[in-house]
Design a protein. Structure first.
Length: 302
């Protein structure tokens, strides 16, 4: 066992385009939480670059001065582009966990002790440089609960759900999905069951159906993997609930994972109000047909 211990790290998981960005950036504003920044992600072999993240904190006012991701519509100023901000950090995770971490479900996989020690040392350095107590990260796609629990036995998970019609509509529009082959082939490896592949092929290999069956697979895999951890380590919320009452959802997160309330987080939400998108009706019925059973279990009634 490594001498480096990361106490109760928190991971936000869910299907891409499920509203995880706005919720994760609000949670990351908490005074106790450290995270991988855009700078540390760019050079993952230099975790001490997390010292730069201290410019995001103003101890005198209790406010943060953070940059924004490119997907943010307000990503306009040069100043905003150079400031540190929380990053999903796929380059960082690939550096420490390998290619498999990016597109594999990692079901029943565990991290080797040598690699684990290297990762824990890097994360400990990040937290120390940032002056934070606990680690937080957003990781969309496969839940990776089993794999991450092999590294962090007391890890906590926030699962974000979103109406599959909105999720699929958003996925089909974003460049990373289109340019990465998401319209033509499964995005992740080694997990899409034959019956879901057959469902996609029966549709004439529709990109809409392909995204919908993967939404279904991610949600079902998350529910299956959560059985491997204690109930207190798992919290689930719907993006629509966060849009309706963000302060309530944030208070639930704080309560679930023993975080003190944070005025700074609530202030962040006031300035950066979450919103839901209007749905295109063109393919909504197709998504409903594919996801109806799983969606109903998640509270979405068509």
């Amino acid at each position: 066992m490594s001498e480096f211990h990361i106490r109760q790290p928190i991971f936000m998981i869910g299907m891409p385009r499920s509203g995880t960005t706005v919720l994760s950036e609000a949670v990351a504003a908490h005074e106790d939480l450290g995270w991988i920044s855009n700078y540390t992600n760019r050079l993952p072999m230099l975790p001490w670059l997390a010292l730069l993240d201290r410019v995001a904190d103003n101890p005198l006012t209790g406010r943060q001065l953070r940059g924004r991701k490119k997907q943010d519509s307000r990503w306009s100023s040069w100043f905003g582009k150079v400031l540190p901000h929380p990053d999903e950090a796929w380059v960082f995770w690939r550096w420490y966990c390998g290619d498999k971490f990016l597109r594999d479900f990692l079901v029943s996989s565990e991290m080797a002790e040598k690699e684990m020690k290297r990762l824990l040392k890097a994360l400990s350095t990040i937290l120390r440089c940032q002056g934070k107590k606990r680690f937080f990260s957003k990781l969309t796609g496969p839940p990776r609960i089993y794999y991450l629990s092999s590294i962090f036995p007391d890890a906590c998970f926030i699962h974000v759900l979103r109406d599959p019609r909105a999720t699929v509509s958003s996925l089909l529009r974003v460049p990373f999905w289109r340019e990465g082959g998401g319209l033509e082939k499964p995005w992740w490896q080694n997990r899409l069951p034959g019956k879901y592949l057959a469902e996609w092929e029966a549709s004439g290999c529709s990109p809409v159906v392909l995204a919908a069956v993967q939404w279904k697979m991610i949600v079902e895999s998350t529910w299956e993997e959560k059985k491997k951890i204690a109930p207190r380590q798992f919290f689930e919320t719907r993006y629509e609930d966060f849009v309706r009452d963000p302060h309530m959802v944030l208070n639930q997160v704080f309560s679930a994972f023993d975080l003190p309330d944070s005025k700074r987080v609530h202030q962040y939400v006031k300035i950066n109000s979450p919103h839901n998108t209007s749905l295109s009706t063109d393919d909504a019925r197709l998504v409903e047909t594919v996801t109806r059973k799983t969606a109903s279990l998640a509270g979405y009634m068509f």
